[in-house]
Design a protein around this ligand. Sequence first.
Ligand code: AMP
Length: 183
Amino acid sequence: MTSPDLETRLRRALRDVPDFPTPGILFKDITPVLADPVLLREVIAALVAPHVGVGITHVVAVESRGFLFGVPMALELNVAFAPARKPGKLPWRTIRESYALEYGHNELELHEDALRLSPERDTPARVLVVDDVLATGGTAAATCRLVQRLGGEVVGVAVPVELGFLNGRQQLGGCPVTTLLTF
Ligand code: AMP
């Protein structure tokens, strides 16, 4: 569980930007969190804590703000990191999934070998999917589908901020979601 103190400080740090990137969207800007190393470290620690010792093998995070949380989480967990990127950004062979955003449509790609495991391991990759904000859930769901298409098991989705009123969890088929602050 998130400490009430961390939740409050995270809530205060986030900056609401109305009508960005399109009219009607209230954008949750996480850059003030990145600017506060004490808060950022606590956010990373709180997102990592429930996933220690459960056999995670990979963190897969979503371009681009997901990387800011996903890389330090992978380092903390001492597991591989793999980026899910917008089409045409990853240089090697990829698989692709389409999804609907709160503000538009998009596609994500993952390298075909993103979930490679050591040859002696015969169980699937156990993956934690990371992003900054869970909104309608389309992005996280597409990332989970990419992981599953590569034979990986999605152990959970972790995001610092959830826009609960958009019911993004419903897209995730019961997959456990770790979040520190829900609107
Ligand atoms: P969704 O697919 O609707 O869950 O959208 C999640 C993705 O879009 C995440 O990568 C977020 O960075 C971004 N996003 C969607 N809505 C917002 C919002 N209101 N504030 C900040 N980021 C958002």
